[in-house]
Design a protein around this ligand. Structure first.
Ligand code: ACO
Length: 329
């Protein structure tokens, strides 16, 4: 094998459904208040997909924008990776559906299920394929319509989630732009603190699973909170060490947008000022795999990150999974 190549994020874009559901709307649906949601999570509103909008629909919209920004055509894509826990169907993979829709005739296709860590898992896989020369252009999409697997009668979870997608084009780098390090992790022993019980081979869909609302997210919020704080810290610390970068050199940290208190605890651990940690969960809620991609696309569009800046992404999610990456943008 020839020497390893550097991989960079050539372009990133996002798509969210138009409809907005505010905390005040939720007050009319379940026993909650805007004040409780804002103080416990930081969330004020979230985008919600209509009946026809699936993960592929949002993924395609984000992809078209990303391809345009990168100046490459769908036919030039070698690999499409879709991170989602809300695929259009159990199979075929949402990556196949998107490949067909955009005409990426040369691309291999794969979905990955790493929950909220999925976008960074996707970046890590893309980086390896670029590094070895197996692929030149990889499309990493993170797309979720969590509203469709939310129990809208459960106030402890329905206030948290939103829908949206981000898409990134990863290419070989001929400059100093580079995905410098990635750290991935998982621990299945915590599988029962955040999961969706039915619809898989263990509990296929039945009248009973529908009646028991077993096709919606179940979560022990406090246990997830504790694990998130620990794993985000340790994985980001490791990613910084692997990249040889100090947290003080970072222009921006983009953490998974689940809860403002988790993000604040990470910010304090890294000893960073508020302006160096990106927060947009007030507008989107937790969009699982898509959250970091949406946030990065916004930060780039608003000129907060520019080529040459050091940035870090980190996430945790159901599984449990966790992931971090340090990038010279
Ligand atoms: N409105 C009003 N009261 C509520 C609500 C609500 N929406 N939800 C829960 N409560 C009540 C509870 O019933 C409880 O009442 P009690 O004291 O009378 O029993 C009280 O508020 C406190 O509930 P807690 O669960 O202890 O609240 P906590 O401070 O832990 O906040 C939260 C809950 C926001 C879910 C928090 O635990 C959290 O953010 N955890 C992390 C979740 C997360 O990040 N998940 C991401 C995973 S995403 C993925 O992988 C798909």
């Amino acid at each position: 094998m020839s020497s390893l190549k550097k991989a960079k994020i050539a372009a990133i874009a996002r798509a969210v459904p138009e409809k907005i559901l505010t905390n005040f709307d939720l007050e009319k649906m379940v026993d909650t208040t805007d004040e409780w949601i804002r103080t416990r999570t930081g969330i004020e509103e979230r985008h919600i997909a209509d009946e026809k909008t699936t993960s592929s629909v949002l993924g395609i919209e984000a992809t078209k924008k990303a391809l345009k920004k990168a100046g490459i055509s769908a036919e030039e894509l070698d690999f499409i990776i879709v991170a989602t826990i809300t695929p259009d169907m159990v199979f075929p993979a949402t990556a196949c559906i998107i490949q067909n829709a955009i005409g990426a005739t040369k691309a291999a296709t794969m979905d990955i299920e790493a929950a909220c860590s999925g976008f960074i898992y996707g970046l890590s896989i893309a980086r390896q394929y670029i590094a070895t020369g197996e692929a030149k252009n990889v499309l990493v999409i993170a797309s979720e319509v969590l509203s469709k697997i939310t129990d809208w009668d459960d106030r402890s979870t329905c206030i948290l989630f939103g829908d949206g997608a981000g898409a990134a084009i990863i290419t070989e780098s001929d400059s100093d732009s580079e995905i410098m390090s990635t750290v991935l992790g998982g621990d299945g022993k915590y599988g029962d603190i955040l999961y969706l019980p039915a619809g898989g081979s263990k509990k296929p869909a039945s009248h009973e699973t529908v009646d028991n609302k077993e096709h919606t997210i179940k979560m022990n919020g406090q246990d997830v909170f504790k694990a998130a704080v620990t794993k985000m810290r340790s994985s980001l610390k490791k990613a910084l060490e692997k990249a040889g970068i100090k947290s003080s050199q970072l222009k921006l940290v983009i953490p998974h947008q689940a809860n403002l208190r988790i993000i604040e605890s990470l910010r304090k651990f890294l000893d960073l000022p508020k302006e160096k940690v990106y927060v947009n969960l007030q507008k989107y809620g937790n969009t699982s795999a898509a959250s970091i991609a949406i946030a990065m696309s916004e930060a780039e569009e608003n000129g907060i990150i520019k080529r040459g800046d050091y940035i870090a992404l980190c996430a945790f999610g159901g599984g449990l999974t966790w992931a971090a990456t340090v990038i010279k943008y």
